[in-house]
Design a protein around this ligand. Structure first.
Ligand code: NOJ
Length: 761
């Protein structure tokens, strides 16, 4: 095989959706071959691990459990950099993070091979949404609801990283993120467990392939186990207080999906869950993950989180922290150096059983064997392959494709978009119009920011030669400087249409980037109002790593396109959509509140309550606010198209469902507009009466389809008992007999067809 895009995914890239890509494929030089690891049976691997373990001293075993940061830093800086090479030669390091590139990884691996037992290192990195070629942030990718494309994105990232000496990415983050104040919502798949679980699986398979060991793949890491996304008040690293039902029903399933897909590793998390730090949480790691789920991979701590258990007031000191972490099932210590300092002595003192250490070492060595590193420690370190893979134009083609799919058209009054192809003048205004670095968003450890296409560049390349592009920055993202307003207003007056590029900057979301005010920062909305006052149509492109709050823009803009952080090809993809060469089909994977006070506002955190609001405005003594509606600005699943879709002919194969059977829910979707388009059709369920109060809507299935104008398609969803089940008060996963509503629609607040189903006892 001389081409490493997985066969089932390859056609996606060349569906003809991307102009010129097919030609590109023909011209392209064959990519260098990638190799699978030498076939070794699992039994052989276990034998080889046992042989090795038998030769290892206690100190060498503990050495395998230590991970340190290398030349780049993604956390608090460490002071060990200069002594690391000696520690590596002494067999005191099992893995490095933040070392990248064939040259560096090869050089450092050579040091590990000088250790007594020549055990190779694992090189790991936060390859979160691309390596050198960046894809949209994961939340943006999730907005595509396109699992094949998401898998392909992870595969391209893995292929680039693996060609650059990396064995292991700290991704996917499969935390459910329902609180837009939390900066890390950008890194996950949003608020829904069903969608999040499917995305988790797609990403794991994309990174790893079906089996570990290919040199075009890296190990995945499902993180952060568990419930990190539910940090109190949306403040990063904070405590989490959560019912067991919520934990099992909402937060654990994406992890289970990742484990089932074969995620080689898990990372625990910074938060305490119901009083116990995740890193020292035996219930999570030993009982659930390694016990009930029989997880064979290993668990790495988060950066310094073993040591931080003392800060939590949960461990008395480093010795106590080491003892608690290893007992709870944390196998590898990222950066706190606590295992290195304390673990061997704890074993010698009889405080920690050797078997616990052996189990952790075995889990880590198993991955090194599966990757083929014992047979060839440099198999990920080929400079020629690195150069060729990183320069492969298909990586950018895939990034462009994914970016187009991630864009969500929130509003489009009077068909403001797409832009006419014969416009004389477009005013491109706003602080992000020419931005490049911002388009990558947070988390890009090796991204080449000089190769990012800005919105300005994208539009310039795409607009006809006779279209003039009038640019004015207008204002900065933050601050209150209005000096650029006049020039911006003048440009708007001179143009046929205004395209405005606003948002937060790349470093306002991500790790340690929680915000109490998620309103569009600075004077950007004020600038919008000034532009709108010219009477020209204004289409606003909003960039950000989270749902942002904007009022005037939501109410008065003629069109709004939500761009997230779209990555290397963001500007090109945006031009494709703004000009209608690609019809947007993204749907929100997370609810957009009207204001921070409405949080928590995820669609499936809405219950009927004892006092529901039944008529708009009738809020006296009802579960409501007196200063804002209960409804969000934009609901989960919302996203428009340049065409329209009609839903009709709902048929439910049987009105009643017997245990062990399934009903078919079918309906027809017709493209009633003038252009081809894609629709993500969604199935929600409401359990009308149950022993535990249920949300008003829960996503149970979806399908993304493509229809030409006038074309219809019949969709069929299957509903079985499992789709009606939930965790009852005894934490049993059960569907209770009774009545259910089946809701089919284009968004959680745009239900087009409704039917009833009864589950029989
Ligand atoms: C801390 C983050 O929480 C985690 O997600 C990341 O993988 C590590 N730092 C390493 O950079």
């Amino acid at each position: 095989m001389n081409f490493s895009f997985p066969k089932p995914l390859l056609p996606l890239l060349f569906l003809g959706l991307l102009p010129g890509t097919a030609a590109l494929a023909q011209k392209k030089k064959p990519a260098p071959a990638t190799a699978a690891a030498k076939a070794t049976s699992p039994a052989d691997i276990e034998r080889r691990i046992s042989d090795l373990l038998a030769q290892m001293t206690l100190e060498e075993k503990v050495g395998q459990l230590n991970q340190y940061s290398g030349r780049e830093v993604t956390g608090p800086a460490s002071d060990r950099k200069n002594t690391l090479l000696t520690s590596i030669r002494n067999g005191q390091v099992g893995s490095m993070l933040n070392v990248k590139g064939v040259k560096d990884t090869r050089e450092i691996q050579a040091e590990a091979l000088k250790s007594r037992l020549h055990i190779p290192l694992l090189f790991s990195l936060d390859v979160i949404h691309g390596y050198q070629t960046t894809f949209p942030i994961p939340l943006g990718e999730a907005a595509s609801w396109d699992l094949d494309a998401i898998r392909l994105g992870a595969h391209v990232a893995a292929r680039e990283a693996a060609a650059s000496g990396i064995h292991w990415t700290f991704a996917p983050m499969v935390d459910i993120g329902r609180d837009p104040r939390w900066g890390r919502v950008m890194e996950g798949a949003g608020e829904d467990t069903y969608l999040g679980s499917l995305v988790a699986k797609a990403r794991v398979l994309g990174f790893q392939g079906e089996k570990l060991g290919g040199t075009d793949a890296v190990m995945a890491c499902a993180k952060h186990f568990a419930a990190y996304g539910a940090a109190l008040a949306g403040r990063d690293y904070n405590a989490v207080d959560m019912s067991e039902q919520q934990l099992w029903e909402t937060y654990l399933p994406p992890f289970k999906a990742a484990a089932d897909a074969g995620a080689a590793t898990f990372m625990n998390s910074f938060n305490a869950l119901n009083g116990v730090p995740a890193t020292g949480n035996r219930y999570l790691q030993r009982d659930i993950l390694k016990g009930q789920w029989q997880y064979p991979g290993f668990v790495v701590s988060d950066w310094g989180s073993i040591g931080e258990m003392a800060n939590w007031g949960y461990a008395t000191d480093k010795t106590d922290a080491a003892q608690r972490a290893i007992t709870a099932g944390s196998d590898m210590d990222m950066e706190s150096d606590v295992y290195h300092q304390k673990l061997a002595q704890l074993v010698k003192d009889g405080q920690v059983k050797t078997e616990l250490v052996d189990d952790a070492v075995r889990r880590i060595l198993r991955k090194k064997f599966e990757l083929g590193l014992f047979d060839d420690p440099y198999r990920f370190s080929d400079e020629t392959r690195e150069k060729q893979v990183l320069a492969d134009p298909q990586n950018r083609a895939a990034a462009r494709q994914m970016a187009r799919k991630s864009l969500v058209l929130l509003k489009n009054d009077n068909a403001t978009l797409p832009l006419g192809k014969t416009l004389r003048r477009i005013a491109l205004i706003g602080p992000i119009a020419k931005a490049k670095r911002d388009l990558n968003g947070s988390w890009n450890v090796d991204a080449d920011t000089t190769r990012i296409t800005s919105l300005y560049d994208g539009l310039r390349q795409r607009a006809s030669k006779t279209t003039e592009l009038l640019y004015a920055k207008g204002c900065e993202v933050s601050g209150d400087n209005r000096a650029g307003f006049d020039q911006a207003v003048a440009a708007a007056r001179n143009a046929d249409v205004v395209v405005m590029a606003v948002g937060e900057s790349w470093d306002m979301s991500g790790e340690a980037k929680s915000r109490t005010d998620i309103h569009l920062p600075g004077v950007q909305e004020e600038l919008f109002k000034a532009l709108k006052a010219t009477g020209k149509p204004v289409a606003v492109v909003v960039f950000g790593g989270r749902p942002l709050v904007f009022d005037a823009i939501a109410e008065q803009a003629d069109a709004i396109l939500y761009a997230w952080w779209p990555g290397s090809e963001g500007g090109t993809a945006l031009a494709d959509v703004l000009y209608g060469d690609y019809n947007p089909a993204g749907k929100l994977p997370i609810t957009f509140p009207r204001n921070v006070g409405q949080i928590p506002i995820a669609y499936n955190q809405q219950y009927n309550t004892g006092r529901p609001v039944t008529k708009p405005g009738d809020i006296r003594y009802k579960s409501a606010y007196i200063d804002a509606p209960n409804t969000p600005r934009y609901a989960f699943g919302h996203g428009l198209s340049y065409t329209s879709f009609k839903y009709s002919d709902l048929k439910i194969s049987h009105p009643q469902l017997q245990a062990g059977e399934a009903v078919q829910v079918s309906f027809t979707i017709t493209n009633t507009g003038k252009v081809a388009g894609e629709e993500v059709t969604q199935l929600y369920v409401r359990d009308l009466v149950s022993s535990v109060v249920r949300p008003l809507k829960e996503l149970k299935d979806f399908r993304k389809i493509s229809l030409k104008p006038g074309e219809s398609q019949t969709i069929t969803f299957t509903v079985d008992k499992n789709k009606l089940a939930f965790y009852n008060a005894k934490l049993e996963w059960q569907a209770e007999p009774g009545k259910f509503n089946l809701l089919v629609g284009s968004a959680s607040d745009d239900i087009r067809l409704e039917g009833a189903l009864e589950l029989l006892p």
